[in-house]
Design a protein around this ligand. Structure first.
Ligand code: GLY
Length: 364
């Protein structure tokens, strides 16, 4: 029987779209040679619409906040469906600044966040250290953002695969070499998968399958291990001598330190300079980081678009081929809203109004 929808790509976005589509009664296939191994595998999992707000990205902020509001229910529903934890944590985030220039940059950001009515509390150096005693006494100040949370992306994909299995999603573990014409997916070896509709959710690789403006943006990221819960109780984002870094503590003893943002095409090399820069900044802010075990380096390729916002809509010139990619720095954050929007689109329902500005017409 011809399936209702084939989702190309088994990262957090593709898996969540497939789960939601199958929950709505669509027979659903996910095509990916190795689900959960792309950008999602490298991601830190910050759900940070406020501390990651960028000048010139105000329309995206609305979508990010909408998805952040969906996260608690999405997490609870997924954990029940998959019968496992996805490490959702709601302790909040503290943003800190190391030197005078870093404090000026932090103050400008806090002012911008205030203009947008975002809930941010400016803190002095001592207040930062009373929240997080492992912060260096040299940290000059910071801001508390209780609304920015985190989740564990690798546990998220494990849970999504289980939840998909639970609602009958079929996995085709093969590479996709072409999409179209129409809702047709060509697999390696030249087999063709026919379905009534296709959702392309293959991250930066989507640009090889449909005509859309997506490019890879390299992010190098580190994982350390140790007694992380005595070191930090919440995510710390910081600037140290102008270098931006984040430290995301997990309950399982992992500390994720990231990340570079590099325009180097699809290069996935881990460089000595990036490792050094991230570690220097992390140790400046939290000196105890130097005592942790160094356990992993990885590189993720974020799917970047010309306006840094996702592409959620019909593929150019196609009726039954849809696109869900371009999430750039916000793929994990935007997973719940993307899944709901794409399930609306493929079932012919109206997506929420907030999603309409993110269709592909804006680049037509
Ligand atoms: N959102 C974190 C990153 O893109 O590095």
């Amino acid at each position: 029987m011809t399936p209702d929808v084939t989702v190309v790509g088994g990262g957090a976005i593709g898996l969540a779209v497939a789960w939601r589509a199958a929950q709505r009664g669509l027979t659903t296939v996910v095509a990916d040679p190795a689900p959960g191994t792309g950008a999602t595998h490298a991601a830190a999992g910050m759900l940070a619409p406020i501390t990651e707000v960028h000048y010139g990205e105000v329309p995206l902020l609305g979508l990010n906040l909408d998805s952040a509001r969906r996260w608690p229910d999405f997490s609870a529903e997924l954990e029940t469906a998959a019968d496992c934890s996805i490490g959702y944590r709601s302790e909040g985030t503290v943003a800190v600044a190391f030197d005078d220039d870093d404090v000026r940059a932090l103050d400008a950001l806090v002012q911008f966040q205030g203009q947008l009515d975002l809930p941010v509390e400016r803190l002095g150096s001592r207040e930062c250290r009373s929240l997080e005693p492992s912060l260096s006494p040299r940290v000059r100040g910071g801001a508390l953002v209780t609304g920015d949370h985190q989740v564990e992306p690798r546990a998220l994909t494990t849970a999504l695969v289980r939840a998909c299995d639970g609602v009958g999603v079929e996995f085709v573990r093969r590479a996709v070499t072409a999409v179209g014409p129409g809702p047709r997916v060509r697999l390696d070896g030249d087999d063709v998968l026919e379905s009534r509709s296709v959702v392309v959710a293959a991250g930066w690789r989507s640009a090889a399958l449909v005509d859309i403006p997506v490019r890879p943006v390299k992010g190098q990221i580190l994982r350390l291990r140790g007694d992380v819960s005595s070191l930090l109780t919440r995510t710390v984002r910081g600037l140290s001598h102008g270098v931006s870094v984040y430290l995301v503590p997990r309950a399982n003893g992992e500390l994720v330190v990231g990340a570079t943002v590099e325009e180097r095409g699809a290069d996935t090399t881990v460089t000595a300079g990036a490792v050094r820069e991230l570690l220097d900044a992390a140790v400046d802010l939290v000196p105890g980081v130097s005592e942790l075990e160094f356990s992993e380096t990885s590189t993720g390729l974020r799917p970047g678009t010309p306006d840094n916002a996702p592409l959620l809509g019909r593929a150019p010139g196609e009726d039954d081929v849809w696109v869900a990619t371009g999430h750039f720095r916000n793929g994990i954050l935007l997973t719940p809203v993307t899944a709901d929007v794409m399930a609306d689109l493929v079932t012919g329902s109206d997506p929420p109004a907030i999603a309409r500005s993110f269709d592909l017409e804006r680049f037509a």
